[in-house]
Design a protein around this ligand. Structure first.
Ligand code: MRU
Length: 378
């Protein structure tokens, strides 16, 4: 496996082009898919060719950029107002791709404001489109910096607080929160990477993350690429692992953190938090501020996406002949399935939230996070 940084979103300006690493085919096939239109971007997000809250936001922004640039080249627009009305239509469509991760909605709101302001101040069509392109490129670059900061803050916090520097750490994670889910490096996986690069990691454990196997397919791929010592468990083995092995901390990502700290993340996060509480293990959420939604007061307001039953009854992978990638039905046909893609972990079960600005901890008296709106203003 290569030690080159894993790039899952490739954007070029001259000529303008966007390609994403198709995560449905990983780890066995490395295929990049071109995104040329709003429909392409919507499909890529909805079908999870690209997934992970920050990556979804970035790809939405870059999709708008390539779509506008292509239309402008074809002389599709005659006035800046025509661009604005096209952008509104495109953004309204893009935000229907997935409902839970707040990053998509934040991107849509920001782009809407950006194009509206540029139109109001009588910018030329070239300038408006250039601003959208610059915005998308900047999101990609900024997210990488955000993640290395989260990695460093999180690693130092865990190393300082868990065992006062006495030994290397064993960390458990869930889903995929790495380079594939972000602009690069990763959030929770960024913390694991930082611990490893600082020489503080003994071992990373990760769940396979049913039903979509983001752990088995994607986290495994990233950890092996970096040579980080790791072991996969089935989701149902987490309590057994915690009772058999001294896990120092569990680190996870977030699709949306509410103002009180309640956190929506990949299905299975909540049960890990309950078991962590039983064993007194620190439960740490790694979330860029772009995943914190101050308009959502508590987790009760978060819409949880339900995905097709096919994702539960079929497993995708390399078929036995080792040549063909395909899906295998593992259940009787027509079995009833419930497939929520995320769950909400109440703030009471979360030890700390790591952002690019530092670590947010709770008051020991109330076991509550400070109002995140106040923390983020500082
Ligand atoms: O359904 P997915 O694969 O998009 O879900 C991803 C997760 O739940 C991640 O943990 C979360 O988006 C954080 S990624 C840095």
């Amino acid at each position: 496996m290569s030690s080159l940084p894993l790039e899952s979103i490739i954007f070029t300006s001259e000529p303008i082009s966007l390609k994403i690493l198709n995560q449905l085919l990983l780890p066995h096939e490395t295929t990049f898919t071109s995104i040329n239109t709003i429909e392409d971007g919507h499909t890529a997000i909805k079908t999870m060719q690209v997934r992970g809250a920050p990556a979804i936001g970035i790809v939405a922004a870059l999709t708008l950029a390539v779509d506008l640039a292509r239309k402008h080249k074809d002389s599709y627009f005659h006035t800046p107002d025509a661009i604005l009305s096209d952008v509104k239509k495109s953004l309204n469509f893009l935000k229907t791709a997935r409902p839970t991760a707040v990053n998509l909605f934040r991107t849509v709101d920001d782009l809407s404001v950006l194009v509206e302001e540029r139109t109001k101040q009588n910018d030329s069509m070239d300038d408006i489109i250039e601003a959208v392109v610059r915005n998308g490129k900047q999101m990609l670059v900024d997210d990488q910096k955000v993640n290395t900061a989260i990695g460093s803050y999180g690693a130092d916090y865990i190393y300082d607080s868990v065992n006062r520097h006495e030994k290397k750490l064993k960390i458990l994670t869930h889903c995929n929160t790495g380079s594939l889910a972000t602009g690069g490096y990763g959030t929770a996986l960024g913390i694991i990477r930082s611990l490893y690069f600082k020489g503080h990691l003994m071992h990373a454990y990760f769940t396979e993350t049913r039903p979509y196997n983001q752990g088995a397919r994607l986290t495994a791929y990233e950890l092996l690429s970096d040579g980080i010592p790791s072991t996969m468990i089935c989701d149902s083995m987490a309590a057994a692992l915690m009772s058999n092995t001294e896990i120092d901390a569990i680190v996870l990502g977030a699709d949306r953190v509410a103002r009180n700290g309640d956190t929506a993340n990949k299905i299975g996060t909540y049960q890990l938090a309950i078991v962590a509480k039983y064993y007194g293990i620190k439960f740490i959420v790694a979330a860029p501020t772009s995943s914190i939604d101050l308009n959502t007061v508590s987790g009760k307001e978060i819409i949880i996406e339900e995905r097709p039953s096919e994702e539960v009854v079929k497993v995708a992978g390399l078929l036995e002949d080792n040549r063909e990638y395909g899906k295998v039905l593992t259940t009787p046909r027509n079995v009833n399935v419930w497939n929520p893609s995320f769950d909400v972990t109440p703030a009471t079960l979360i030890t700390a939230i790591v952002t690019e600005y530092g670590v947010i901890t709770k008051s020991p008296d109330t076991n509550e996070f400070p109002d995140l709106a106040e923390v983020l203003v500082k």
